[in-house]
Write a protein that binds this ligand. Structure first.
Ligand code: BGC
Length: 434
């Protein structure tokens, strides 16, 4: 199978052609036969997901093992393009042909969209028996329900607005972790002067948006984020603050790796892990790759909130939405829902995944400092009203809106001739389209 890295190396000049070509290759990859584990006596669970990096696959293995223990057959339906854009295309094609998987990794607003189309199945029986309402924060449980009934099971909470810094690189320039974008650029400049590539960059539109939305908080604040990305207020999207956000975001480019050739998130995380870049702007799925490479998050690699966002927490919750299955596989689906919210599973999965458990009663004793910080900040942000659904990860808007906004930001990053004013107008237009 073509890897994201080798795929991106072959990317051409035109952004459009590059995206189309990329999507087609992943489409073919996804059509390859799914791997399965045979021999169990129970039902079958086929799960569509995009967890294909080493650390992600390790986390999924925990779920697979749990279903095996119940005697079910696990079938992977993987679509490898991080961020999940193509996974949704593949899912639509399977559902439209009347052959949905048992469950699919679907985010926030898209869960509601799938439920509205009538494709999802209620798992209330399991959720009620296992008391999900008391185990989950209300802000999470609401998004897992459609018309008051659970249709999806949440696995974790990822924090998107993290900045990862190689402690050795920071020491070399004798600096502290930056807390504002001005400080960030001062650190980046000092790293550059010291011969260190300041920022490991990935050329994936969902990641560009993840950084961009965090810059918006640092530049414009929480209320601005809510108006622009949650309410899609055109006056906030096409505003002087958005223009400043775009201008600040573009400055990061001057300090980033891979100006011309693309690379995926695993490759840019590896740059940081292997001392080839000083900083990485990315959610904590990256931490799992760092750990898998033997680094200690919190000491070898420092975790701080993206500049100017320490008071906020942009969340990305992975969930498995349940599709309608035949009677033969109904029990297997129930067991899957039960397994996802099982306390031991939440511990094992999240330790492997870099995220924190979505169940609020799991001890964090075995987790690293960054996870403990994430958990504390999640709670504080929930109290202060600064818990923000990540636009980049489909938590704030439906998938088609998110995809259009991803594209605007991605084009803006690639093409220096697009002015911040033009990009702000394009963002507002992208949000307006039905
Ligand atoms: C998902 C994570 C995943 C990451 C990279 C995010 O959107 O929520 O589970 O690890 O993308 O693929």
């Amino acid at each position: 199978m073509t890897s994201p890295t080798s795929l991106s190396r072959r990317r051409g000049r035109s952004a459009l052609l590059r995206d189309v070509a990329g999507r087609m290759v992943w489409l073919l990859a996804a059509l390859l036969p799914a791997s399965s584990s045979a021999g169990a006596a129970g039902g079958e669970v086929e799960v569509l997901h995009f967890w294909t990096s080493g650390s992600e696959a390790g986390a999924v293995a925990e779920l697979k093992a749990s279903l095996h223990r119940k005697g079910h057959v696990w079938k992977n339906f993987t679509v490898a393009n991080g961020g999940g854009g193509l996974a949704m295309v593949m899912l639509a094609s399977r559902v439209n042909s009347g052959n949905p998987p048992t469950a699919a990794q679907i985010k926030g607003a898209a869960i509601q969209e799938w439920a509205q189309r009538g494709g999802l199945s209620s798992i209330d029986e399991v959720a009620n028996a296992d008391q999900w309402n008391t185990l989950l924060p209300r802000s999470v449980s609401d998004t897992m329900k459609y018309r008051g009934r659970y249709v999806a099971a949440p696995l974790n909470v990822h924090r998107v607005n993290w900045l990862w810094i190689d402690a050795a690189a920071l020491k070399k320039i004798n600096a502290r972790p930056p807390t504002s974008w001005d400080e960030f650029f001062a650190v980046a400049e000092a790293m550059k002067q010291a011969g260190i590539i300041p920022v490991a960059h990935s050329s994936q539109s969902w990641l560009d948006m993840g950084t961009f939305e965090s810059v918006a908080i640092g530049v414009g604040g929480v209320e601005f984020y809510q108006r622009a990305f949650v309410q899609l207020d055109p006056a906030a999207l096409n505003s002087a603050l958005m223009v400043r956000t775009l201008a600040t975001y573009r400055r990061i480019k001057h300090y980033s790796s891979s100006q011309s050739s693309g690379q995926d998130w695993v490759a840019s995380t590896a740059m940081l892990t292997h001392g080839k870049a000083g900083m990485l702007l990315m959610g904590d799925w990256a931490k799992a790759e760092m750990q898998a490479a033997g680094k200690r998050p919190g000491s070898d690699i420092l975790c701080v909130a993206m500049p100017g966002t320490a008071h906020a927490f942009t969340f990305d919750i992975d969930a498995l939405a349940m599709f309608q299955v035949n009677d033969k596989n109904r029990q297997a689906q129930r067991d899957l829902a039960h397994a996802v919210m099982d306390k031991d599973f939440q511990l094992a999965f999240n330790l492997a995944k870099g995220s924190i458990p979505v169940r609020q009663d799991v001890s964090l004793e075995k987790f690293d400092d960054c996870a403990r910080r994430a958990s504390a900040d999640f709670k504080t942000s929930a109290r202060r009203g600064t818990l923000l659904p990540s636009l980049a990860h489909g938590m704030a808007q439906p998938a088609h809106t998110v995809a259009r906004m991803w594209d605007v930001i991605n084009q803006y990053w690639r093409n220096d001739r697009i002015t911040p004013e033009q990009a702000a107008a394009q963002l507002a237009a992208a949000a307006r389209q039905p």
